[in-house]
Design a protein around this ligand. Structure first.
Ligand SMILES: NC(=O)c1ccc[n+]([C@@H]2O[C@H](COP(=O)([O-])OP(=O)(O)OC[C@H]3O[C@@H](n4cnc5c(N)ncnc54)[C@H](OP(=O)(O)O)[C@@H]3O)[C@@H](O)[C@H]2O)c1
Length: 274
């Protein structure tokens, strides 16, 4: 599996499995199948309610723990210094693990809450309980305020990113600050059928003998954005990983770049109330 290097020299797999809306036994089977198929990055969150199943699959997969990159997230209701630390340890316990590879602030609160929570994540990092820390759904102003007092620059910002919302400006800002983008909803989430029936995407996929899903994911991988496609379907889990044996050409990029239209399927972080 291809890897990228974060700003603290920790390596992250170039693509991972998402688990939003994967529940119970379905989440367990999906994570197990993904790990056996070659995935080495698993993305979950306290809010998904599946940390126990995800952790059990990670432990049952028979793969050394250090070969798997595990991410979970601090829910918005737990923002704050003490509450973030408590939430981190509760997640770790549900996962049945003794450290995490990446812990993210799931959604921004106000700037003070973000800073207090960030201080907790930094302390967890310094204690060695987590190998890298980051944020999710942070736009420019959230990052600018966080960076004012941060001792550690976030390693990752996980945001909705796909062909219809390419986030080039945010990526440039993040890259300039050493922050890597992860793409959530890389297949347009609930609107997956709309993306996968896009004519331009279909033509590009056909040219490379690949599926539209593989081509949409490859576009992100080649842009050094880590996609986190979710699936509970074994054949799709395998299909989505099989994106490392072809390369898009300049004309493909030019065509796919044109698909950007600022389409968001998840809430705007500034107007997302729990
Ligand atoms: N940080 C955040 O706030 C945030 C928000 C949303 C998501 N995320 C993370 O990002 C991950 C991905 O986002 P997402 O789950 O919303 O959406 P997504 O990965 O873009 O799309 C998932 C949907 O696409 C279907 N699918 C997957 N592969 C396919 C393929 N090859 N062909 C056809 N259909 C396919 C899945 O169906 P089946 O499962 O039925 O196969 C599912 O309905 C999440 O699971 C989660 O880990 C983070």
């Amino acid at each position: 599996m291809k890897k990228l290097v974060l700003n603290n020299n920790v390596e992250i797999p170039a693509l991972g499995l998402g688990t939003f809306r994967s529940e119970g036994e379905g989440a367990y089977k999906a994570v197990l199948h993904a790990l056996k198929s070659g995935y080495r990055l698993i993305d979950t969150a306290a809010a998904y309610g599946n940390e126990e199943a995800v952790g059990r699959a990670i432990r049952d997969a028979g793969i050394p723990r250090e070969d798997i990159f595990v991410t979970t997230k601090l829910w918005k209701a737990d923002l704050g210094y003490m509450s973030a630390k408590r939430a981190f340890h509760a997640s770790l316990k549900r996962l049945g693990l003794d450290y995490l590879d990446l812990y993210l602030i799931h959604w921004p609160g106000d700037h003070d809450e973000n800073k207090r929570s960030w201080r907790a994540l930094e302390d967890l990092y310094f204690e060695g309980a987590v190998r890298s820390i980051g944020v999710s759904n942070f736009s420019f102003h959230h990052l600018e305020h966080l960076l004012e007092d941060a001792e550690i620059v976030p390693q990752v910002n996980q945001v909705e990113t796909h062909l219809y919302l390419q986030n080039k400006k945010l990526q440039d800002f993040c890259m300039a600050n050493g922050i890597h983008l992860e793409a959530y909803a890389p297949l347009l989430s609930k609107d997956v059928k709309t993306l996968l029936s896009d004519e331009t995407l279909g033509k590009t996929a056909e040219k490379h003998n690949k599926t539209p899903a593989q081509t949409a994911l490859r576009f992100l991988v080649e842009n050094e954005i880590v996609p986190l496609p979710k699936s509970v379907t074994p054949s799709r889990i395998e299909e989505n990983l099989n994106v490392f044996d072809f390369e898009l050409e300049k004309e493909d990029f030019d065509a796919l770049r044109q698909l950007n239209r600022g389409k968001k399927t998840f809430p705007d972080p500034d107007n997302f109330l729990v």
